[in-house]
Structures are given as C-alpha cells and as structure tokens.
Design a protein around this ligand. Structure first.
Ligand code: C2O
Ligand code: CU
Ligand code: CU
Length: 465
C-alpha cells in the first residue's frame, strides 16, 4: 500500500486543504460496528498470564472501502481487548516495530513505577519489554495507550490504544449483562485525507466532530442488538474532544460505573459526558423498544441545529434476559481525613502552544511533589484558562480519587465513584481526595488532552515511604 508514505509527507497547509473534502462517509450508519477481539494469553507462567503484542504500522479498513495506515497493537484498531481477573497477574510483552519510541501505560492501573510507562522510560524501535500488571485492584474498565514523551499524542491518534477490562469476584457474581452483552465502546474523532489516511494536526487533532467520529475504529457505525440489556464500557479515547452521549429521543441509560469501577449505586442518566480518558459503564435496556427500532446515540457537545450522530443501535432480534441491575454496589473505601493539601493551577500560553501546571512545564529531571505512602491528600485543581475557553481533563497515575466538589458544589452522581480522570471546565475549580496506598517511586499526573500533556501540562511525583 503506497498510501503509507502519504502520512509522513503531508505538510500542514496541504493537510488543512485536504480536510475541506473529508473522506469519511457523508452518510451515517453505513458500516457495522466491530467489537475489538479479545486477546488470548500466549502462555501461563509462574509470574502470571503472558500476552504478546507487537506495535507496528498496519493498513486497516477504517472508512468503508479504503485503507488507513495506522500505528497498531497486533495489527488491530483499536488494539485487542485484554480481559483480566483480580488476583491473576498479567505480563504484556510489547515489541516495538514502529520507527518511533513508545511507552505503554495501563490507564487506571495500580502498578509499580517501572511498569507504568513513564513518559521517558520508552521502548526504542526494535526493542521488546515486559510490563507486569498485578491486577490487585478492584474491577474496573481500564485502557492502555502509548505514553512516550512528545510522541504520545500522535501515537495514540494513529491508533495505539485498547481496552483492558478487569473483573473481580464481587463483580463476577452480580447479575449484570455479560459476555456478548458486555461491550467496550472506544470513541474518538479523526481527521482523514481523501486517501483514507489520518492527518495529524496538533492544533485540532480530532478533526471536525461530524462526520469523522469513530466508535471502535469505524465511522458512525450501526450495531445490531437483541431486545435485552447490554452493558457498554464507554471510553473517551480522543486526543482532545469532549463527548456528551445521549440517546436521541430521550431514552434513559443507567450508569453503573466510572473510571475506577462500579459506582456505590446505579444512577439513571439521560446523558453521559466524558472528557478525554474518562470512562462510563452504562446499561441500556433495548427490550423497551419494538423489534426493528433504530436508536441513535448522538453527541451533545457539538450540536448546532441537531446533534451529530455517533452510533446507531438496531434492535434486530428478541432475546432471553436474566440480567438485572442491583439496587446498590459496594460503598467506597474510606480514605480518611487529608493530612496534606495541594493546589494545581492549569494554564496555557496559547500563542506558543505551551501548557503549564503551577507555571511550570514538565521536566523529567524535576520532582514536583513528594506524597507519602499511607497519606490521604486533597488536591485543588484550578483551570486557569477561562479567558481562552480551554477545558482540561486532569488525570493522575497509580491511585484513584474521589471528586469532592466543583466550584464548591457537590459533583453529580455520575462522579460519585472512584475516578482517575476528571473534567475541569474553563475557569472551574475541582477538589479531589486521593490516598497513596502502597507503591513508592515516580509517576506522573497531567492533563489528558494529549496535546497538552505532551507540551508541558504534566507534573512528576515521587511517592516516598
Ligand atoms: Cu491515560 Cu498518563 O495517561
Ligand atoms: Cu494513566
Ligand atoms: Cu489540558
């Protein structure tokens, strides 16, 4: 496929001209959604289940009838799904056959520093590295993606992301929808040249929301469902873009989980808002629709006259359904009173495309904070970019946090669970409570807008005993 070369050669101005005639289909719902295949372990070792992945350039059909040159895990876009069980460690052997360095990060994973994909701890082209994930944390919908400093934004944009679904004994005995009724939905945008290749434009990486929104790597697909309940693990894997997801016509959804696992109790929601890297587990009951119904999931973040299409559910067959949503799940762990308070102010120098936390750009040689194992801390995160109307999406590695308040007000019920990423709207102040449980070492915290963390909006902590 000669199209591969075009990616690297397209200069900025041409790239912009190309977007005037987007290659994504004008019509929605012309392609079926795919469900990323589950990866099988290649061996069972005394340290855990061994999975092997190769990062390489691959041509994949994203838009109908065209090939897109992508940076993939195992040739797939999105990457394969890992199904992990609490108490069963996983080793992922990653070989980098790309021409750029990579660092694989398990987003939301409670893992040792050396296995965390620290941005400067990269796998050079040609090398192989094992990442060890102990899976000692409660069930949660995690995802993995590249994190190589200054490469992460383009690497993720070109395909290096996938789902990692961790279950546990508690979740396993709940009567929730499972197996083929438990489906990840990885949502992002994309900017395509007429050739079908992606154009990486750091100024507007996700491209126009309509028509190029991708669900599990396909543009505005349809998905045939049975008339019963489904659990969807929705993840915003966009570089940049916010999604407000709503069923057109107003059908409700039940949110049962967020970044860090199940909520304390299910919440009825009419819309799921996700900033980059946030996740929501929702249950949709299609038995309330007659067979033959077509229900559109739309994006309320980009509505002008009407909200753009994301995905259509086609109710095509009847089905048995013994699944049920329990009235409540487990209460959250008590983090106790905070002993340390910190403040992080997120600001941008728009003209020079630089981004800061407390006035500083990321420096791998500087430790910004030194939390202590066993301590609970309250972090106040201020979006200082009100004037530029820039939203941020604050993420910390290693630990999950509770959202205490937004501008002094209680957060919505959808934020009542443990989180690892939180939206901070322009001008907003959000307080979170985090506890450092066990691991020591270096980790990062950052804005998860990929173009912000790659250009400075990231800090480094060294957790000490
Ligand atoms: Cu999704 Cu620093 O990570
Ligand atoms: Cu992370
Ligand atoms: Cu940001």
């Amino acid at each position: 496929v000669t199209a591969g070369a075009a990616v690297a050669l397209l200069p900025g101005p041409l790239a912009r001209a190309a977007t005037a005639s987007p290659a994504a289909p004008a019509q929605s719902f012309t392609v079926p959604m795919s469900v990323p295949p589950v990866l099988r372990p290649s061996a069972s070792t005394s340290d855990g289940l061994l999975y092997t992945m190769t990062m390489a350039e691959t041509s994949v059909e994203v838009l109908p009838g065209r090939l897109t040159r992508l940076r993939t895990f195992n040739g797939q876009f999105p990457g394969p799904t890992i199904l992990a069980k609490r108490g069963q460690p996983v080793i992922i052997r990653q070989t980098n056959k790309l021409s750029v360095p990579t660092a694989v990060h398990l987003h939301g994973g409670h893992v040792a520093s050396r296995d965390d994909g620290f941005p400067t701890d990269t796998i050079p082209p040609g090398d192989t590295r094992d990442y060890y994930y102990p899976n000692a944390q409660p069930a949660a919908s995690l995802w993995y993606h590249d994190h190589a400093h200054h490469q992460e934004a383009e690497n993720v944009f070109r395909g290096l992301a996938g789902s990692y679904l961790l279950t546990d004994e508690y979740e396993d005995q709940l009567p929730l929808p499972r197996d083929e009724y438990d489906i990840p939905l990885l949502i992002r945008g994309g900017r395509f040249a007429p050739s079908g290749n992606l154009i990486y434009d750091a100024d507007d990486p996700d491209g126009p929301d309509h028509p190029a929104v991708l669900v599990n790597g396909r543009p505005r697909p349809y998905f045939q469902v049975a008339a019963r309940k489904y659990r969807f693990r929705i993840a915003n894997v966009a570089n940049h873009q916010l999604f407000g997801l709503r069923l057109r016509g107003g059908g409700g959804m039940v949110q049962i989980g967020s970044d860090g696992g199940l909520l304390p109790e299910p919440v009825d929601v009419s819309e799921v808002r996700l900033s980059p890297a946030e996740r929501a587990d929702v249950v949709i009951d299609f038995s309330r629709y007659p067979l033959g119904s077509r229900i559109v999931l739309e994006n309320t973040e980009a509505c002008e006259d009407e909200c753009p299409d994301v995905l259509r559910f086609d109710v095509v067959r009847p089905a048995q359904d013994t699944s049920r949503i329990p009235d409540r799940f487990l209460p959250l762990e008590d983090y106790g009173p905070p002993v340390v308070e910190r403040r992080f102010v997120l600001t941008s120098d728009v003209r020079n495309n630089r981004h800061f936390i407390n006035g500083k750009e990321f420096d791998a040689d500087r430790i910004d904070i030194r939390p202590k194992v066993g301590n609970t801390e309250v972090w106040t995160i201020v979006n200082g970019d009100a004037a530029h109307r820039i939203p941020h999406s604050f993420h910390t590695h290693l630990e999950r946090f509770k959202v205490l308040d937004r501008n002094g007000r209680r957060p919505p019920a959808s934020e009542s669970g443990l989180k690892d990423t939180v939206a901070i709207s322009p001008g907003e102040t959000v307080r979170i409570k985090v506890r450092f449980h066990d691991y020591t070492g270096r980790y990062v915290y950052h804005c998860h807008i990929m173009e912000h963390n790659g250009t400075g909006m990231m800090g480094q902590m060294e957790i000490e005993r």
